[in-house]
Design a protein around this ligand. Sequence first.
Ligand SMILES: Cc1ncc(C[n+]2csc(CCOP(=O)(O)OP(=O)(O)O)c2C)c(N)n1
Ligand SMILES: [Mg+2]
Length: 254
Amino acid sequence: MATDVKQYLRPGIITPFCPGCGDRILVRLILTAIDELKINIDDMLFVSGIGCAAWIPSPHFNADTLHTLHGRAIAFATGAKLFNPKLITMVVSGDGDLASIGGNHLIHAARRNIDLTVICANNMVYAQTGGQLAPTTPMGSSTSTTVEGNLERPFDLCKLVNAAGAAYTARYSVTQPSLLISSIKKALQTEGFSFIEVISPCYTQFGRRNRLDSPANTLKFFADKCIMKEDAEGLSPEELKDKIITGEFSNGRS
Ligand SMILES: Cc1ncc(C[n+]2csc(CCOP(=O)(O)OP(=O)(O)O)c2C)c(N)n1
Ligand SMILES: [Mg+2]
């Protein structure tokens, strides 16, 4: 039976998310993972930065939430965790927030193996501020600052965080809900720095600019791109060119 996540939501909140936004799905998946692990949400702290994705825990979760400065969610979370090591500390924020302005905090927290669970909702743009290019925007994609198509290579966030020394890294799309719930549970149970890149499609700022004609088609476009790591093995770079490889990646500390 589906988890009743309403019990974890602050009453009276009008969600800011647009129709078709992956972040809205992610609200449910994170809360389901917590519920299935039977974690008392009062033992948790949720930290976010600035951006659409930063609204996932705050104001939605009826729990302790810190809605901090742009790019600084991991720095706040590190301070809270060091002050109270018993606090189960989860950071939920966007790709721009965590990997652009907050990129240094991300790699150094992974290097130090701080015991945090970091969930990066990757919509491949700066959505809240008008759909500008992010370090995760795929090559060729149109954004408000690269109307003719992005010329720069994006980060592979999992490879980056793995190389920096994370204890657990994984990538799943909101269109893979069961796998993503299991991954969030695993990340929460891992001691050390856990990082999940969640492909969280944005129709308003990404889909519309890239000729995806509806929220549903934007979700389908990304769902079709995802390929499990095991199925990608043996495929040529040409065959993988437009694919998003999902799954769990090797432990960055081994
Ligand atoms: C110091 C600072 N610089 C810039 C901004 C403007 N700003 C707010 S959110 C954001 C980008 C957010 O992108 P992302 O984290 O990917 O979130 P999304 O809206 O895409 O979910 C920017 C540039 C700010 N609030 N503070
Ligand atoms: Mg973004």
